[in-house]
Design a protein around this ligand. Structure first.
Ligand code: ATP
Length: 294
């Protein structure tokens, strides 16, 4: 009987592992929400990356035809600069990130990286050039270290250690009994929203993409977590063109340019000080958020 039981038990184990792997994959695909119609154009070329300039030129977009989401939206992100996108909920901030990653096709205008229309370059090369730190990162049922390694599976151990340092994860990892071998994910240690975002930042560091897209978590983090994330972001942003979708204006006062969206249109843009002095939409949002914190 035991001779029959052991192989069956092993088969059960294999079955569970395969199911787990499929769930991980589903999670990942769910996260990417890739629209099926987006494929390489017939003569797609690899993106020739140089300085990392991003241009939105009179972009029109709607998810369903009847409701325009972005209208004639134009803005530039200078190479190596940090740009923040702000606006009320539903203004279209995350949509901009999805369009840059080409999850959807735009209905008018163009989006260019280093002068190349992203609809003409291969999806693979486009997505390799952009590292995303999403609001809610999916952690696989694996060790923290392997979850970080996922950013670039062929990274060396030394590179992973460096990413852990830069993402300000060292202290957290050292506080765990099994260090970076600690299992996380649905069946392992539950990590906080802030820790998850730092794991995502470490992945992004490993990916070594020249453009970084950071979608700030909407849920409030405690201020220690927020500070750790901000420090980690500053380290990473140093060598990147970075686009930050921000909900808390206090986190982006140092941005080189702040794009203020209203109903999918550009309401105003400038530095924090310029926008406060202008006394417009941004200044109103700032005053409101200041009041909420006091
Ligand atoms: P938030 O600050 O709440 O995250 P946001 O500014 O990022 O908001 P988007 O997520 O870009 O806003 O959404 C812009 C508009 O597009 C919203 O009205 C939203 O309801 C709509 N929208 C977003 N995703 C889809 C979708 N997949 N299908 C249809 N409409 C969508």
């Amino acid at each position: 009987m035991i001779q029959l039981f052991l192989p069956l038990n092993f088969l059960g184990f294999v079955y569970r592992e395969i199911r787990r792997a499929l769930t991980d994959l589903e999670n990942m695909l769910g996260l990417l929400k890739r629209a099926p119609e987006i494929v390489d154009s017939r003569d797609a070329r690899p993106l020739q990356f140089s300085a990392g300039a991003i241009q939105f030129n009179q972009v029109d977009f709607s998810y369903q035809n009847e409701r325009p989401i972005l209208q004639q939206l134009s803005f530039n992100v200078l190479p190596g600069s940090k740009v923040a996108i702000v606006g009320a909920s539903g203004a279209g901030k995350s949509t901009i990130a999805r369009l840059l990653y080409r999850f959807y096709a735009i209905s008018g205008g163009s989006i260019c990286i280093d002068g190349q229309d992203i609809s003409t370059v291969s999806l693979d090369s486009l997505r390799r050039a952009i590292a995303i730190v999403p609001q809610d990162t999916v952690l696989f049922n694996n060790s923290i270290r392997d979850n970080i390694r996922y950013g670039r599976p062929d990274a060396s151990e030394a590179e992973i250690d460096q990413a852990i340092e830069l993402a300000h994860l060292r202290r957290f990892i050292d506080s765990l009994p099994q260090g970076d071998a600690t299992q996380v994910g649905e069946r392992g240690l539950k990590v906080s929203g802030g820790e998850k975002q730092r794991i995502a930042i470490a992945r992004a560091i490993l990916k070594r993409s020249p453009i970084l897209l950071f979608d700030e978590a909407t849920s409030a983090l405690d201020s220690a977590s927020e500070q750790a994330i901000l420090q980690a972001m500053r380290e990473v942003a140093r060598n990147h063109t970075s686009v930050v979708i921000a909900h808390r204006l206090s986190t982006i006062t140092d941005a080189d340019n702040i794009i203020v969206l209203k109903h999918g249109q550009l309401a105003e843009q400038g530095s924090h000080d310029q926008l406060l002095a202008a006394g417009g939409e941004y200044a109103r949002m700032w005053q409101l958020q200041q009041k909420q914190h006091n």
